[in-house]
Design a protein around this ligand. Structure first.
Ligand SMILES: Cc1cc2nc3c(=O)[nH]c(=O)nc-3n(C[C@H](O)[C@H](O)[C@H](O)COP(=O)(O)OP(=O)(O)OC[C@H]3O[C@@H](n4cnc5c(N)ncnc54)[C@H](O)[C@@H]3O)c2cc1C
Length: 395
């Protein structure tokens, strides 16, 4: 038996929140839906913030999502600061209490910082961050990026495209954790070919100066000075507002296989952690596609309980850097073996699949057009690969 859910509150103002609201209406919810977001903007799309928008190729207006449906109330500049689960109330920063029958936690994540908030450290998480960095690039000749993950390398690529001297510093080789050695090595070569300097620090770096940061000191004492320093060292789930409610921890908000957290509470997106089917350990999947899929599952679970479909993760993410448009389905597990199915990386267009212990686990396109549905099937298709899969148009 599912509870009678009339009033639904959604905390968070981005893709997980918007998708949850939309799914609730599509699945027949007729009661109220109120989204509270602490941002001053209506919902916008984050991926361009480190790519086209940062470069200036896309306008600020183009990042905003389509207007919300009129039957969903959206309250911007409104922060949830507490949760009273017993009385089913979300506590807001002005002292107001919002009653709910059902709660969707979609408060996402924020940029991890190396220094205290007042240190003037630049990051790219929200629209204001991207606008600040874009303005800084217009005046700058050089950039140091701390962090060689997706975000760091995208920022580096954008800045290099704008003509800045770019250094990327990290403890590990860039992109290895995300891409595995094979593709990471290729991407690293592409970055170096574009004139980027890569520096390894044998430990945590130190930011030098403050408001603005003017340099980075590596763990072995190398001083890297630049006009602009930006940190791209991961994210932190926004769970602090749940303190005292018994929900949430440093790794995020643990959900079950239908994205449920507790009676009347579901969660979706970057705030979520769930037990991996493969390792049995909690794992976050902070990607756009996961936020959408989880929000759909969470909204249905709120309305239908055990009758709602189980959430089956189907990882999909993408990146654009060094003129390479990369889309990946599945997980490139450590030790997985890559195989080029079509094209070649040297020709800058390829279709790649990874197998682990003989089983396909991931597939990627590099400047190669293929519908995501097809790529997803390829990531899990059994051998041999049906020829029809390889007939995709080369990009
Ligand atoms: C620069 C950048 C580039 C990216 N590029 C890609 C990409 O190419 N491909 C990809 O797959 N993914 C990409 N991502 C990741 C993707 O954007 C995220 O996975 C996605 O935004 C997660 O959506 P979300 O709704 O869960 O959380 P978020 O987008 O983090 O939104 C959470 C919202 O909740 C609000 N909030 C937080 N706490 C509170 C509170 N207490 N009260 C009220 N509101 C609150 C926040 O201000 C925010 O508006 C990128 C992320 C960034 C930052």
């Amino acid at each position: 038996m599912t509870e009678d859910v009339r009033e639904i509150v959604i905390v968070g103002g981005s893709i997980a929140a918007v998708t949850a609201a939309d799914t609730l209406r599509r699945h027949g919810h007729e009661g109220s839906i109120t989204i509270v977001s602490d941002e001053r903007y209506t919902p916008y799309v984050r991926p361009p913030l480190s790519k086209g928008m940062l470069k200036g190729a896309e306008t600020v207006e183009s990042v905003f999502m389509a207007p919300l449906r009129p039957d969903v109330a959206f309250r911007s500049g409104c922060r949830a600061v507490g949760l009273d689960r017993e009385r089913r109330r979300v506590l807001l920063d002005g002292g107001e209490e919002l009653p709910y029958d059902g709660l969707v936690v979609a408060s996402g994540a924020r940029a991890r910082r190396l220094g205290p908030p007042e240190a003037g450290e630049l990051v790219v998480r929200d629209l204001d961050d991207a606008l600040r960095l874009r303005a800084a690039f217009a005046e700058a000749g050089s950039l140091v990026v701390v962090g060689g993950g997706f975000l760091g390398m995208e920022i580096a690529s954008t800045a290099r495209g704008l003509g800045l001297e770019v250094t990327v510093v990290d403890q590990d080789p860039p992109l290895v954790r995300q891409f595995g050695g094979f593709l990471a090595e290729h991407m690293t070569r592409a970055a170096v070919d574009e004139g980027v300097r890569l520096v390894r620090s044998p430990g945590t770096v130190e930011l030098v100066g403050g408001a603005p940061v003017t340099a980075v000191r590596t763990a072995d004492g190398l001083l890297l000075e630049a006009d602009v320093v930006v940190s791209a060292v991961g994210d932190v789930p926004n769970v602090e507002w749940l303190a005292g409610s018994g929900l949430g921890g440093p790794e995020g908000l643990l959900v079950d296989d239908r994205c449920r957290v507790a009676p009347g509470v579901v969660a979706a997106g970057d705030v979520v952690t769930r037990v991996s089917d493969r390792t049995g350990r909690p794992r976050r999947s902070p990607h756009w596609g996961s936020a959408i899929d989880q929000a759909r599952a969470a909204a249905q679970a709120l309305l239908k309980g055990d009758e709602a479909p189980v959430y089956r993760p189907a990882p999909y993410y993408w990146t654009e850097q060094w003129g390479l448009d990369i889309k990946i389905c599945g997980r490139i597990l450590p030790g997985a073996t890559p195989e080029i199915l079509s094209g070649s990386l040297d020709e800058r267009s390829a279709l790649i699949r990874w197998t682990h212990e003989g089983v396909p686990v991931a597939a990627a396109t590099v400047n190669h057009r293929m519908p995501v549905v097809k790529l997803r099937k390829l990531a899990t298709a059994s051998d041999p690969v049906p020829p029809a899969f390889l007939e995709g148009a080369r990009g």
